[in-house]
Write a protein that binds this ligand. Structure first.
Ligand code: MN
Ligand code: MN
Length: 496
């Protein structure tokens, strides 16, 4: 190398991260990934991800913000709070030393994943079978969801408000469900269809039973028997499907993959891998576990040791996969409203101007997945700008499609700050876009947060087989994403 050639910037690797991984760090990597596997195995739906996250937050001493609001409480630096939106979307925060007006450091991912939702009038009988009709949710390649074991998760809500939780297919002794597929012997005509047409969305119906009821008056005895079993087990009747949210997802737990155990295969890693690493980073902030009161600083305020300079905030959002719409999606005002509530609890007169300043001054990592370069489909990527396995967390300056349409293009200035943060913390990272130009594209919640004028860039784990029933991540990349989120939440913008 000529003498004046600049060295590759620290940690911007373009090399397999395992080559430089210390034994101590390898141990941390395994610990974080083991905990992630447990979370992923529990969080099979957005509701379950929310509940798992609340459990972890409460165990770490985070308080329900709505309880504080009702009780007329107050917030100060070092306080840990969370707020739920309809049991699906969640915000958690550690109040920083700086006032909220100076901005928050936000890591926001999503917990909804592609799946098959049960329709409103779903149950029917045909060919001596009972089936449940579904409507797929999110971008799926339909042929991937047939002929495999499915689990059923969700809730029935009775008109009196009683909620009945359903989970079938996850425990070893549970039955599972499936969508049938055509045998090769009879697929001469079917094989001529294009991949996009091979399995119609309307035909993704799930086989749920085949034994007839003993009720002699019943017209459709097999359907009747399914209803009898549902009534026995959950106390529901057919009409209760009208106020239910039931989701079919791939049955079974995520697990390690590869002879070297370097990979994780599991359902819903888009985007629960970023949701978990973000949540874990917040929980692992120094000071979140202990409460040491520091003497009053120059500003005259006392706060806790290890408290982040800026309020550290993690968002786990619903409905990203269908455009972030609806009351629990990021198009809604939950985030903004919650920051307003926090401001009101921080004392001082609340004003909309202060809220706007808080939002505009914020920094955000929009925590979502990217696509890994796959040698089996090399043609869809441009390798210099594709994420590579084991090369660390992936920073995506812009998403969108065609001519960056729909992209929230992060500024060079903000990316420079992230480079500084990652370099200082030893975070191995890579820059990548999703596929080669004009191949397709995608989006995240980044553009919705950018509306406030805050600085935001996409950052997360790159996956293989994204949106397939079983997605694949690399443990090294999962760990570096956690490490990157932690460094970002801790950062004091160069002030300290
Ligand atoms: Mn995603
Ligand atoms: Mn997605």
């Amino acid at each position: 190398m000529p003498k004046n050639t600049p060295k590759t910037p620290l940690n911007y690797a373009r090399a397999n991260g395992y080559e430089k991984l210390s034994p101590a760090e390898a141990k941390k990597l395994e610990a974080v990934c083991a905990d992630y596997l447990v979370f992923l195995g529990q969080a099979k739906t957005e509701r379950k991800a929310h509940d798992e996250a609340v459990e972890l937050l409460e165990a770490a001493g985070f308080q329900d913000l709505d309880g504080l609001i009702r009780g007329g409480g107050a917030l100060k630096a070092g306080d840990k709070v969370y707020r739920s939106c309809a049991g699906k979307t969640l915000l958690a925060a550690v109040l920083g030393r700086q006032p909220l007006e100076k901005g928050l450091h936000i890591v926001g991912g999503h917990t909804d994943s592609p799946r098959l939702d049960v329709k409103q009038n779903p149950l029917y009988e045909s060919g001596e079978m009972a089936l449940l009709d579904t409507h797929y949710y999110g971008g799926i390649r339909k042929y991937q969801w047939v002929a495999m074991p499915l689990a059923l998760h969700g809730v029935f809500v009775k008109p009196d408000g009683k909620k009945i939780v359903v989970e079938v297919g996850e425990e070893p002794g549970d039955p599972v469900f499936c969508i049938t597929d055509l045998l090769p012997h009879l697929s001469a005509d079917h094989n001529k269809k294009s991949l996009a047409e091979s399995h119609e969305g309307e035909n993704l119906d799930v086989l749920v039973g085949s034994v007839p009821s003993r009720d002699k008056k019943a017209k459709e005895k097999i359907k009747q028997r399914v209803l009898e079993l549902l009534h026995e087990r959950y106390g529901v009747v057919e009409e209760d499907f009208l106020s239910a949210e039931l989701e079919f997802v791939p049955a079974g737990k995520p697990r390690e993959a590869g002879i070297d155990r370097s990979l994780i295969i599991g359902y819903g890693q888009d985007d629960r891998v970023c949701a978990y690493t973000a949540l874990r980073a917040l929980l692992d902030l120094p000071g979140t576990g202990r409460k040491e009161i520091r003497p009053a600083g120059p500003g005259g305020t006392s706060d806790t040791a290890g408290t982040p300079e800026f309020t550290a905030c993690v968002l786990l959002c619903d409905k990203e996969e269908i455009g972030s719409v609806g009351a629990t999606g990021m198009h809604a005002n939950f985030f903004e409203n919650t920051v307003a509530e926090m401001l009101a609890l921080c004392g001082g007169p609340y004003s909309e101007l202060v809220l706007k300043r808080a939002l505009e001054s914020s920094w955000m990592l929009s925590a979502d997945v990217n696509a890994l370069f796959d040698p089996l489909f090399a043609g869809v990527s441009e390798k210099k700008n594709a994420a590579l396995l084991n090369q660390g967390t992936c920073l995506t300056k812009y998403t969108g499609s065609r001519g960056k349409s729909g992209a929230s293009d992060a500024s060079a200035e903000f990316i420079a700050q992230i480079r500084r943060i990652f370099a200082r913390a030893g975070v191995v990272w890579q820059a990548a876009e999703l596929g080669k130009v004009d191949q397709g594209g995608g989006g995240t919640i980044a553009y919705l947060m950018a509306r406030y004028g805050m600085s935001v860039v996409d950052c997360g784990v790159a996956l293989l087989s994204m949106h397939a029933p079983w997605e694949v991540s690399g443990k090294f990349d999962v760990y570096m994403t956690y490490k990157g989120f932690l460094a970002f939440l801790k950062d004091s913008r160069g002030a300290r």
